[in-house]
Ligand binder design. Structure first.
Ligand code: IMP
Length: 415
């Protein structure tokens, strides 16, 4: 027994919640290790829909432990609202453990996020405006506060010191926040959050030492990783395999399996290169059929064909043991389905994922074409099987299962 990881291999929204739901039954707990309130996990339990941003999805299971690791940036207000909503609907299992090392978001982070996005003008990143980038920036710059600071007697003094520095460096923040009000609000969170906040590193190591299994639930997707993603059009945390170690404190030897989640087509919210994007009727077809609208912001997602070059890059860096393909049914009804197997740029053919944004923005995808299909019942038509076989061979990675509808049963196990 050990830890198993579920990592989205695209730009987020791969349907990780679905796969977590499938795997969680054999685990004792679920751990979030990266991202913050920018993440949105939609879960359906007994016909009820839940949208979680910070709390791990194990909360909806009576017996599962839920850990918000030290790599997650916490907006206490969002967290309280989430806890209250779950309590109100009778779905809060109480087994929530928040890392005392987790960084905290303050209202000025959101303001900075909004200001920066507007100052960037046509180069805006399309962030979720939850303050996540500025919050992690403060952490890296050693001007952040962590959960442990919230409970310290010197919380007020520390926050005022940070705020003074912020206003000196960014005078446009002056007058935008009343720091005394912020202090009062955050002091109000102390009582509520203290009982859930603990040393989650010891907790996780104890669980693993007892032979328990935990599931590490990635937020965002690998192509939004701060180091390996389509920088600067990325999020500000490590959504790659490395984020698990820096964001939860478990060590690589404790990781038993790494599973990747890949959508049968590709989506992206916000700005940034997307070589296989479809700005036509087929793109609209995928958006409507796949209900591709952001969980956190409601923004329509950009849709396109599966990019196997980008996906292979993700598989290699994350060292996945196998992948799950989601939403295969959404491709149903199309006369032809395409998969990108390379890019053409200035007359040259490229078969690896470029680091240059200029190339990614201006390259032409090279496609493999497949005749379409319609899925009826839980049987895969031969054309869908050929599509999957091609992906499996190209990625050199086993496809472990395929989802073919939103219901729990609409899943084909290929293990
Ligand atoms: P930020 O994380 O709010 O700074 O946004 C940076 C980029 O990551 C934007 O393009 C967002 O749309 C994208 N992003 C952040 N979180 C998610 C997510 O959970 N799913 C999909 N895209 C996300």
């Amino acid at each position: 027994m050990g830890a198993i990881a579920v990592i989205g291999l695209h730009w987020g929204d791969e349907g990780k919640g679905r796969i977590v739901d499938l795997l969680v039954k054999d685990c004792n707990g679920v751990v979030r290790y990266n991202g913050g309130p920018n993440a949105g996990h939609t879960l359906v339990v007994n016909g009820e829909t839940f949208k979680l941003h910070l709390i791990p999805s194990g909360i909806l299971h009576r017996d599962k432990i839920n850990v918000i690791g030290n790599g997650v940036i916490i907006d206490p207000k969002v967290l309280l609202e989430e806890i209250d909503e779950l309590k109100g609907r009778g779905f809060f299992n109480g087994k929530l453990y928040i890392s005392d090392r987790a960084p905290i978001l303050f209202p000025y982070h959101k303001i900075i996020d909004e200001l920066e996005e507007s100052f960037r003008g046509s180069f805006s990143l399309g962030t979720t405006k939850r303050g996540v980038g500025p919050g992690y920036t403060d952490e890296i710059n050693r001007s952040g506060l962590r959960m442990i600071d919230l409970f310290s007697d010197s919380f007020e003094e520390k926050l005022k010191r940070v705020w003074d520095l912020k206003v000196k460096i960014s005078p446009c923040l002056d007058g935008k926040v009343n720091i005394e009000d912020v202090i009062e609000d955050y002091k109000g969170y102390i009582e509520y959050l203290k009982s859930y906040t603990t040393d989650t590193i010891s907790l996780l190591h104890d669980l693993l030492a007892q032979g328990k299994r935990v599931l590490l639930e990635g937020a965002q997707g690998f192509l939004l990783d701060i180091d390996f993603g389509t920088y600067p059009y990325v999020s500000s945390s490590s959504s790659s395999i490395g984020g698990i170690f820096s964001g939860s404190g478990i060590n690589p030897k404790q990781l038993e399996k790494i599973f990747g989640v890949v959508k049968a087509y590709m989506t992206r919210v916000g700005a940034g290169p997307f070589p296989t994007e479809l700005k036509d009727d087929t793109g609209n077809y995928l958006r409507e059929r796949g209900r591709e609208y952001g969980t956190t912001t409601g923004r329509p997602r950009r849709c396109g064909w599966l990019d196997c070059v980008a996906t292979k890059y993700s598989c290699i860096i994350n060292g996945v043991d196998g992948i799950y393909i989601t939403k295969l049914d959404v491709l149903g009804g199309l006369s032809e389905v395409k998969v990108c197997i390379g890019y053409e740029y200035e007359g040259e053919r490229l078969y690896s994922f470029p680091s240059s944004l200029e190339i990614l923005e201006n390259c032409k995808p090279i496609y493999e074409r497949f005749p379409g299909w319609n899925i009826e019942g839980n049987e895969l038509p031969p054309n869908a099987k050929s599509y999957l076989k091609f992906i499996e061979d190209f990625l050199d990675t086993k496809i472990l299962g395929v989802s073919i509808g939103p219901e729990r049963e609409a899943f084909i196990d290929l293990c």
